[in-house]
Design a protein around this ligand. Structure first.
Ligand code: ZN
Length: 350
């Protein structure tokens, strides 16, 4: 059996602003939990390298990359109200994007079955032109670009031509959508609270030009939880993935859609997150020989975050049960999603 791999480096902790919700303590807690629960020992470390700057320049415009470098060299500050840059943030962001690329190379070359990036700064809000929403470089876009460009080292198999990105962070992955909006090679599927930060992600955003139909947004009202997500994954994502036939599946994994997250209002439980992870693992097994790379995005209740990432590792490793759930299910009555599912299915010909 090919191994499950993970990517981590202590430099990811050097991007830090004490008191900010997206601080180094998030990743420290994850790594401690995965160590304590014996999960790191069951996976193989893929050490990250800084991303190739030519590859990065296919995902972000050069003036933004250069400006970020100079900003960090001068000691940093804020690129917008939410998004900070510390003196090592540029280097950490290069390494996070490079780690995403290394995980894709490991999986596409056949050396690994699947993998998880324990990375920060996160990436899915970073657009072609700028960082925002705690994100500097779009790691998942770099991962997709790495696969599509065939820059996977071994060259043992044809380069992937179709990449499915699943984004289960509570916020819309506007940056990822922006970067691939006109691309038919990348199918971007996002569930998110709506209306909510960053404001985009209406179901009417479906791609443009050759990419028309390859952006699929499922904007969920606050209060949707396990039952709603189960239906969205069964009735939209699964048929969509089977029709698209990806060569590789990537996940933007945020744990801020949990009912106990302090920043948002969706109501997933850890059991619900486990089902999402199991579903994408099963789709990867069915459609692309298991090739799946998961990258960390948001999640701000550290106990939820670390337990959710641990369960995701268990799903990647093929375990049949999640770890203990200290929180249990949401006790709220869920909002229905019938009309939304009907609308999204209809607009995408499902
Ligand atoms: Zn988020």
């Amino acid at each position: 059996m090919r191994p499950t791999v993970y990517c981590y480096d202590p430099l990811f902790l050097e991007h830090n602003l004490p008191g900010h919700p997206e601080n180094r303590g998030r990743l420290e807690r994850i790594v401690r939990t995965l160590g304590d629960e014996g999960l790191l020992a069951r996976m193989i470390l893929v050490p990250p390298k800084p991303v190739d700057l030519k590859l990065l320049a296919k995902v972000h415009q050069q003036p933004y990359i250069t400006a970020l470098k100079h900003y960090a060299e001068r000691g940093g500050g804020h690129v917008d109200a939410d998004t900070y840059v510390a003196s090592r943030s540029y280097d950490a962001a290069l390494l996070a994007a490079g780690g995403a690329a290394e995980l894709v190379r490991a999986v596409v070359s056949g050396a690994a079955r699947n993998g998880i990036g324990l990375l920060r700064p996160p990436g899915h809000h970073a657009t072609y032109e700028r960082g925002m929403g705690f994100c500097l470089f779009n790691n998942i876009a770099v991962a997709a670009r790495t696969a599509l460009d065939g820059d996977v080292g071994a060259g043992l198999r044809p380069a992937p031509t179709r990449v499915l990105i699943v984004d289960w962070d509570v916020h819309h992955g506007n940056g990822t959508e922006d970067i691939f909006y006109e691309s038919p090679e990348v199918l971007f599927f996002s569930t998110h609270q709506y209306p909510f930060y960053p404001g985009s992600g209406d179901w009417r955003e479906t791609g443009a030009g050759a990419g028309q139909g390859y952006t699929v947004n499922v904007p969920l009202p606050a209060g949707v939880g396990d039952a709603g997500f189960r239906r969205v994954y069964a009735e939209i994502l699964t048929p969509l993935a089977r029709r698209f036939r990806p060569d590789l599946i990537l996940v933007s994994a945020g744990y801020d859609a949990h009912w106990n997250d302090p920043l948002a209002g969706l109501r997933l439980s850890l059991a619900g997150y486990w089902e999402l992870a199991r579903t994408v693992v099963a789709l990867a097994e069915e459609l692309c020989e298991g090739r799946l790379v998961v990258l960390l995005e948001g999640g701000y209740n550290l106990k939820v975050l670390s337990a959710g990432v641990a369960d995701c590792c268990r799903a990647l490793l093929g375990d049949s049960a999640p770890g203990p759930d200290p929180f249990g299910p949401s006790t709220w009555l869920e909002r229905g999603v019938d009309d939304l599912i009907h609308t999204v299915r209809q607009s995408h010909g499902l």
